[in-house]
Design a protein around this ligand. Structure first.
Ligand code: FES
Ligand code: FES
Length: 164
C-alpha cells in the first residue's frame, strides 16, 4: 500500500505523519491523531457529522483524503474551546439552547456553523436553515439548533466589537 508523508496544521499545532494514500481525513484525525470529536455517521457525505474546517472552509472529512490536507490548516471541534476550557460562543449557545441530546451530530453542526458565521456574521433564520440543511440530527430537532446559531452570531459579533 502506497504511503505518503504529510504535514498539516491541526488546531494550531504542526503535525507530520506518514499515511496510507487512501486513508480518509476523518480516519486520520480520529485514529492517527486521537481527535475523536469528529464523528462518522454515514461515511459517504450525507450526514455532516464529520465536518471539519480545512483552510477555513467546512468540508466532510469522510470524503477527503488525508493526503489532500497536506499543507493545509485543519480545525476540528477540539480546537473550538480555549486552552483553559472556556467554551467557544457557539458551544455556549448550543448548551444554553439545549441544541443537543446525544451529541453525535453536534461537532458537525458546530463546525458547519462556524464556517457559515465567519462568512455571514448577521444571518437571518432562513440563511441559517439553508446553511445547516446538509447536517442531520436524529434526536434534537432543528429548532433549538437554529436558535443557538442565531444566538451565537450575536455573541460573536459582540466579541468582535469588543476586540475591535
Ligand atoms: S460521516 Fe461524513 S458526511 Fe456523514
Ligand atoms: S443530538 Fe443526537 S443526533 Fe443530533
Amino acid at each position: 500500500m502506497e504511503r505518503k508523508r504529510i504535514r498539516v496544521r491541526v488546531n494550531g499545532r504542526e503535525v507530520e505523519d506518514e499515511v496510507e494514500v487512501r486513508l480518509t481525513l476523518a480516519d486520520w484525525l480520529r485514529e492517527g491523531l486521537g481527535l475523536t470529536g469528529t464523528h462518522l455517521g454515514c461515511e459517504h457525505g450525507v450526514c455532516g457529522a464529520c465536518t471539519v474546517l480545512v483552510d477555513g472552509r467546512a468540508v466532510r472529512s469522510c470524503l477527503m483524503l488525508a493526503v489532500q490536507a497536506d499543507g493545509a490548516e485543519v480545525r476540528t471541534v477540539e480546537g473550538l474551546a480555549e486552552a483553559d476550557g472556556r467554551l467557544h460562543p457557539l458551544q455556549e449557545a448550543f448548551l444554553e439552547h439545549h441544541a443537543l441530546q446525544c451529541g453525535f451530530c453536534t461537532p458537525g453542526f458546530l463546525m458547519t456553523s462556524l464556517a457559515f458565521l465567519q462568512e455571514n456574521p448577521e444571518p437571518d433564520e432562513a440563511a441559517i436553515r439553508e446553511a445547516l440543511s446538509g447536517n442531520i440530527c436524529r434526536c434534537t430537532g432543528y429548532q433549538p439548533i437554529v436558535e443557538a446559531v442565531a444566538d451565537a452570531a450575536g455573541r460573536l459579533r459582540g466579541t468582535a466589537q469588543a476586540a475591535g
